[in-house]
Design a protein around this ligand. Structure first.
Ligand SMILES: Cc1cc2nc3c(=O)[nH]c(=O)nc-3n(C[C@H](O)[C@H](O)[C@H](O)COP(=O)(O)OP(=O)(O)OC[C@H]3O[C@@H](n4cnc5c(N)ncnc54)[C@H](O)[C@@H]3O)c2cc1C
Length: 398
């Protein structure tokens, strides 16, 4: 169910396993996805898919200084390539692997479990039945059950692809986080922080996006838009022509779904967004083959398995104890970060990117085994300035 990156990743892998798959989505799978997806290039290289990048930057930096002083103008160099998917090529590559997949352009309204199988009732009145349904309809899915663990923090961003009176970032540069805040008033500095995510697309086109970390209630798009304009005008830069606007809002700490429910999920609906970074596409590509393989094995070894038992097998692969433990640790870290003020955040990130590259990049990709993740977090604690250390242990004292 769905036609976003999660649905196409899992559908293509199920088909590669030789399973009989049907897909159902509110819109055609050929309709271009509304979001543009970014990823560290190495994550795609390790999957042999780096050719799907439409843009790739070697010059990748962040600014963690305040900006009023000399230090603020000195970037932290990541020395690690970052890329943006060629959206059309990525979508096509997945669709090509979904050969002969039968698509129903329908909106699911209700899902029930009858006679050991799953029935999807659509707004059209049509019903579809399957041995197992995988809900890949995104983080707003009303069908996937999860515990209530308090208000869900969301990452919000407002951005534009545009031409400017002067370049907002250096030529061929990608800026992961520009935390310079000298354009903000004392009052604004007390509000939830935001940073600039920006890149040079070439031919005079740039993408600039004012982004907040996870926050409840989320920072409003109006606030982010105003901050972006203030940031640009403080550098004497005006927007000449906007070719695309992006409004971004998605949950960062959605609780993990119950793993005993008869409906399986994948992607945003399965809480697969990385709680620390907000990224997910690398995880979809890495985790889909294993889930598809497990479902295929279960169906051939135990042909009588009903929806509930099959979903159970799937949940156990999707959210193994190891992955649940890592997720809890990331959520713990995110909670601490959400309590940091602007100055503490800048100090935290400056320290984070002083970790060895292998540590910070695998932390962000969620590819460190649990014990190594703990080690990296302890290492981060050890090298942090005292004020960051105190911020980190706040939760332990409470
Ligand atoms: C603006 C934005 C930018 C992002 N950028 C990045 C990034 O750079 N890198 C990254 O890794 N992650 C990024 N993310 C996070 C995450 O990867 C995306 O949210 C991603 O789109 C989630 O994929 P999905 O397939 O689970 O859900 P979606 O992309 O939301 O797709 C859901 C699909 O389900 C269909 N659907 C929904 N309800 C129904 C229904 N009832 N019946 C039938 N079909 C239904 C929809 O039509 C759609 O096809 C971003 C998120 C946003 C919002």
């Amino acid at each position: 169910m769905g036609a976003g990156p999660a649905a196409l990743c899992i559908a293509s892998e199920l088909i590669q396993q030789g399973l009989e798959v049907s897909a159902l989505a509110s819109h055609s799978p050929k309709e271009p996805w509304p979001n543009t997806y970014g990823i560290w290039a190495e994550e795609l290289e390790s999957l042999g898919m780096a050719s799907l990048l439409g843009h790739r930057w070697e010059n990748t930096v962040s600014y963690f200084g305040h900006g009023k002083d000399e230090e603020g103008a000195i970037p932290t160099s990541h020395n690690f390539d970052y890329g943006l998917f060629d959206q059309a090529a990525f979508q096509k590559a997945l669709l090509d692997r979904c050969e002969n997949l039968d698509w129903a352009i329908e909106t699911a309204k209700n899902i029930v479990f009858v006679d050991k199988i799953t029935e999807v009732l659509c707004t059209s009145g049509n019903k579809y039945r399957a041995r197992i349904v995988i809900d890949a309809s995104g983080h707003r899915s009303p069908f996937i059950k999860r515990p209530y663990q308090g208000k869900v923090a969301q990452q919000a961003a407002y951005g534009v692809v545009a031409r400017f009176s002067a370049p907002p970032v250096n030529s061929n540069q990608f800026v992961l986080m520009d935390f310079r805040s000298n354009h903000l008033t004392e009052q604004e500095l007390k509000e939830p922080p935001s940073f600039l995510y920006a890149m040079d697309f070439g031919q005079d086109l740039f993408f600039v996006e004012e982004t907040s970390l996870a926050c409840y209630p989320p920072v409003s798009w109006d606030t982010l838009k105003n901050r972006l304009m203030a940031r640009l005008s403080s550098r004497g830069i005006a927007i000449k022509e906007v070719s695309h606007e992006e409004y971004c809002l998605f949950p960062m700490n959605l609780p993990l779904p119950y793993r005993n429910q008869p409906l399986l999920a994948f992607g945003g609906s399965a809480s697969m967004v990385h709680p620390a970074s907000g990224y997910m596409v690398g995880a979809l590509l890495r985790r889909a083959p294993e889930l598809a393989k497990k479902l295929s094995e279960c169906m051939s070894i135990e042909p009588a398995l009903d929806s509930e038992k099959l979903a159970q097998k799937g949940w156990n692969v999707l959210w193994t104890t190891e992955l649940v433990q890592r997720h809890r640790l990331y959520q713990f870290g995110l909670k601490r970060l959400m309590s940091f003020d602007e100055a503490l955040l800048r100090s935290f990130f400056a320290t984070f990117f002083r970790l060895p590259k292998d540590d910070w990049s695998r932390f962000l990709a969620n590819t460190l085994p649990f014990h190594k993740l703990i080690f990296v977090m302890l290492r981060l604690f050890a090298i942090s300035p005292l004020k960051v250390k105190l911020g980190m242990i706040g939760i332990v004292i409470l």
